[in-house]
Ligand binder design. Structure first.
Ligand SMILES: *Cc1c(COP(=O)(O)O)cnc(C)c1O
Length: 958
């Protein structure tokens, strides 16, 4: 009979998370000529960096236990009715969107749509997002989301500086912009060298102002008349940036019709939970003249090889890979999933529905305003949409409110109340009771909004500011209003896209691992989802506990002393880390240390982040093996010794190898007074085996959406917390509204803990695996990558290897020799893989003409073998071209991907069969993924830039 502890084994999460079984691992290890995972690590990882101890983290526990425990932690959060406003509103997530998008791996496990042919679904929804933003704001172009409203304001500031004629240096911010927005803008402005001035929205504009940021409705609720402000700033050759609210835009003349040059804001209240601060999609729309330097991703319309309309990201990678140190924005991961949700909300409600919601919110606010006026309460807000600020006894009001489970905003004797779509007449009655202390009207009867105030309200929108222009007129916003129609529309889009539900996405540097269902479940618990980020601390104890534990675990895993959970992406983490370094140098009177050494192979966000902090990027060479050229590093460190601020390195390197000399590299930098920033995007090759803090670096970011199981959401959300050594801890980002430390450093994100509501995913990931499981995951990530390198190395040369010819967690296949011999490109291979049912590996990063493969530990051996089989078959197809059997331009590789349109065409005049086209191996007989369009013409789309929904005539609908 088996012992009890063995009978409990079926619930072990580690064996669910890790793809290959123990027996398969043994087989794969044998193929590599080693006998155990430990031996593989020994032959791969330099001794000097190895960590031999055990991680001090929670777990392992079973999925059922972990969820039960976390539920108890979540129960310590108190979900009050929130009227705090400040950019965060209650909203009803339409259940059809909740279940079929937010809780649906078909949507949330997809990657950024770089491979357009297998991403047409989310590209269409992101195009809807752009159209929605353009319509509501009245602007001609929009991007497809930014990280949050505050960083969108900061991006708008730098965009304006690049575009305007004014030579000025002053950025004027109206004093009723949300305080967290001002905080982030100040942080950013400092190292761009801009002076931030504040004053009334319609105040005198100081000499030398290049742009002005006005918020309407303002943080206290005031609607501003923008036209006179626009006139004045345009007369000074500057730009008007407007922060606005999409729901208000349904009723109020949009900023675009009042002279705004850039419009930003958050799309949160369009059906995305508050989530204690995020994630939500911010938007940025601008005049057409600005479009080429607009930050973030823009979805554009183009055509495919058959001439059919096809979508793709416009002006792709211009920021990341081309501009590098000349970049003015480092945005990479954004908020695709949340932008998709907001767009779906607009598709579902349509223009009528959105207008009704806006009118309801405005009417109830107007009723409250009328009541306050009658009750003699001093309201300080002028024209309004959904927010009123008044004077009152905040101590008494607060006591009554909290007793009723209600949060208002309190600032001295000013009290603000902000309404949203979830507010009903009974809630307004509660508000009246809280504000006046009684539920009774002057006749001594219980006060009733519906009967007494049906026709008694103040309109907050003056006639001159009433919106008259139509919006959301495109058919997509006027078709899917029944749940059946909406469900099918969402499903149709989902079915066009390749995600982890179909097969592996072996994108190097992106770590597309399992996002376990158990990890995802708490994200939509109301205890995590419905908290306002500025709710009082005694209501957020559950979050506090979880965040504190997560911080401690991440500190232990990385070997650092302190962690900041504020940055919303890896690139924001880089920015926050370098900011911390700059503040540290300044505190020691060494603010002149602004030189940043970065290896040539670095990810594009590294030099972009350094540039945003006013640092001078000096490129360090890499040697023939892909390692940092130590001689060049020494020489550059020596040369810039007096001003050396930092080195940014990625470990293991972006070349996918563990460099042997990393500790020496750190020592050289420290000897010259610099700090070491270790980009932790490749942490999946280190967890449990090595710690950045022990190697000698001072600060790192982690991409929780890579290593720690947060899904990529089709291009976001993400989280990029940073870990630092103790000497940097006093300089971590703080937060104006909810201080998170003693430091004097400003905020880098709108919310104090970034996108807090997705942190349960990483928390559970760590707890489910526990110390041994985490280490094993890393080991199997190495095993899977080395197995692929071994099996494919004979057909495609592996570009870089470390000790014993091993790679780390990813490998780069060099396509250049084949390209020379056959004319077949890495892009042809990437597109051809779609015919075999795969998402391509990372193309041409970090080396042009290569493919970088990262399988992660989660891929089962059968899937690895299916991929290997596909790649070897592709190699044979290339050989046929090499052997002159058919020309490159006639090969299935060049015509890939093949669509149903291709196969169904009456004529077939290709040099290969239909079967070869779409069913090249047996695997596609069992299951076939059909790309929605043929190869997309990127150049055509960039030359004929269109970022709005295609016109009626071209709109096929579904
Ligand atoms: C992914 C990645 C980044 C950027 O992270 P985001 O979360 O997309 O901003 C930075 N460096 C490296 C090496 C990466 O792979």
């Amino acid at each position: 009979m088996r012992p009890l502890n063995e009978l409990l084994q079926t619930d072990d999460f580690t064996s669910r998370h890790i793809g290959p079984t123990e027996a398969e691992q043994a087989e794969m290890l044998a193929a590599l000529g080693v006998s155990s995972l430990d031996e593989l690590v020994e032959s791969t990882l330099p001794e000097s960096i190895r960590f031999g101890g055990e991680l001090q983290v929670g777990g392992p526990v079973t999925e059922a236990q972990a969820l039960a425990d976390l539920k108890a932690v979540a129960a310590k959060n108190k979900v009050f009715r929130s009227y705090i406003g400040m950019g965060y509103s209650g909203t009803h997530v339409p259940p059809v969107i909740l279940r079929n998008m937010l809780e649906n791996p078909g949507w949330y496990t997809a990657y950024t749509p770089y491979q357009a042919e297998i991403s047409q679904g989310r590209l269409e929804m992101l195009l809807n997002f752009q159209q929605m933003v353009m319509d509501l704001t009245g602007m001609p172009v929009s991007n497809a989301s930014l990280l949050d409203e505050a960083t969108a304001a900061a991006e708008a500031m730098t965009l304006a500086r690049r575009q305007v004629k004014s030579k000025g240096n002053v950025f004027y911010v109206a004093d009723d912009v949300h305080p967290q927005t001002l905080d982030v803008v100040r942080t950013r402005a400092e190292y761009f060298g801009y002076e931030v001035a504040t004053g009334p929205a319609n105040g005198d504009i100081p000499e030398g102002t290049f742009a002005i940021l006005v918020q309407t409705p303002g943080t206290y609720g005031d609607l501003h008349d923008l036209s006179p402000i626009a006139e004045r700033i345009h007369a000074a050759q500057g730009a008007l940036i407007v922060a606005t609210d999409l729901l208000a835009c349904a009723l109020v003349t949009p900023p675009g019709e009042q002279g705004a040059d850039i419009v930003i804001g958050s799309a949160q209240r369009f059906g995305v939970p508050m989530g204690f601060g995020g994630p939500h999609a911010a938007f940025l729309a601008c005049r057409s003249e600005y479009q080429r330097s607009m930050p973030g991703r823009v979805i554009g319309v183009s055509k495919d090889a058959r001439g059919k309309t096809a979508l793709r990201m416009a002006m792709q990678t211009r920021e990341q890979h081309i501009r590098r140190e000349k970049a003015t924005s480092n945005i990479c991961t954004a908020q695709a999933l949340l932008a998709n949700m907001a767009a779906a909300y607009a598709v579902y409600h349509g223009p009528e529905g959105i207008r009704t919601i806006a009118e309801r919110v405005h009417r109830l606010t107007g009723i409250l305003a009328r009541f306050l006026a009658e009750a003699g309460v001093e309201v300080v807000t002028g024209n309004f949409f959904d927010t009123l600020t008044f004077k009152g006894d905040s101590v008494a009001i607060r006591a009554r409110a909290e007793a009723k489970g209600i949060n208002l905003r309190y600032e001295g004797d000013l009290i603000s109340v902000s309404l949203d779509e979830t507010v009903a007449p009974a809630d307004v009655e509660d508000l009246i009771e809280v504000i006046t202390g009684t539920r009774q009207n002057d006749q001594g009867q219980e006060f009733k909004v519906l009967s007494e105030y049906q026709h008694k309200f103040i309109s907050g929108i003056p006639e001159a500011l009433e919106r008259t222009s139509p919006y959301l007129t495109h058919p997509v916003f006027n078709t899917h209003h029944s749940e059946s129609a909406m469900l099918r529309y969402l499903k149709t889009l989902e079915n066009r896209d390749y995600s982890l539900v179909h097969g592996m996405i072996p994108l190097g540097s992106c770590t597309m691992k399992l996002n376990a269902t158990a990890e995802m479940i708490p994200v939509t618990w109301p205890e995590f989802g419905n908290l306002h980020p500025f709710a009082p601390a005694d209501q957020t104890q559950g979050y506090a506990q979880m965040l504190t534990e997560l911080e401690a675990w991440l500190a232990d895993i990385t070997g650092y002393d302190a962690v900041s959970l504020q940055p919303n992406s890896g690139a924001q983490g880089e920015y926050a880390g370098l900011l911390t370094i700059r503040k540290y140098h300044e505190s020691r009177g060494e603010g002149h240390r602004t030189v940043c050494l970065i290896p040539a192979s670095a990810h594009g966000t590294n030099p972009a982040s350094a540039a945003m902090l006013g640092m001078q990027v000096v490129v360090v060479k890499t040697d023939a093996n892909g390692n940092i050229d130590l001689d060049d590093l020494r020489a550059k460190a020596e040369q810039h010794s007096a001003n050396l601020g930092a080195l940014m390195i990625t470990y293991p390197s972006t070349h996918g190898v563990y460099e042997e000399h990393v500790t020496e590299v750190c020592e050289i930098i420290h000897a010259h007074g610099g700090q070491v920033y270790l980009d932790g995007a490749n942490m999946n090759a280190m967890v449990g085996l090595a710690k950045p803090g022990l190697i000698g670096s001072d600060v790192s970011h982690l991409n929780l959406h890579k290593t720690f199981a947060i899904p990529h959401g089709g291009g976001g959300p993400g989280m990029g917390p940073i870990g630092v050594k103790a000497h940097l801890a006093p300089f971590l980002p703080n937060h104006e509204v909810r201080p998170v430390s003693e430091s004097h450093t400003g905020a880098v994100s709108a919310a104090p803990f970034g996108s807090a509501s997705i942190l349960p995913i990483s928390y559970l990931y760590i707890r489910l695996l526990g110390p041994a499981g985490l280490k094993k995951a890393t080991q199997v990530a190495l095993l899977n990558a080395n197995y692929i390198a071994k099996k494919l190395g004979g057909a495609f040369p592996v570009l870089y290897t470390g000790r014993h010819e091993r790679v780390a967690h990813e490998c780069i296949l060099d396509i250049r020799p084949l390209k020379q011999a056959s004319g077949i490109t890495e892009e042809d291979i990437a597109k051809r893989l779609m015919d075999y049912g795969f998402h391509a590996p990372t193309m041409s990063f970090p080396v042009p003409g290569t493919l970088m493969i990262e399988p992660t530990e989660s891929e089962p051996k059968a899937e690895l073998d299916r991929f290997i089989d596909a790649m070897l078959n592709i190699r044979r197809e290339i050989q046929e071209v090499q052997d002159g059997l058919l020309k490159a331009e006639d090969s299935p590789l060049r015509h890939a991907p093949h669509t149903q349109d291709d196969l169904m065409a009456d004529e077939w005049n290709r040099a290969y069969s239909r079967e070869t086209a779409a069913f090249p191996t047996r695997a596609q007989r069992a299951w076939k993924y059909w790309p929605a369009v043929n190869r997309v013409d990127n150049v055509y789309g960039d030359r004929n830039f269109v970022c709005s929904c295609p016109p009626m005539e071209e709109w096929v609908g579904v």
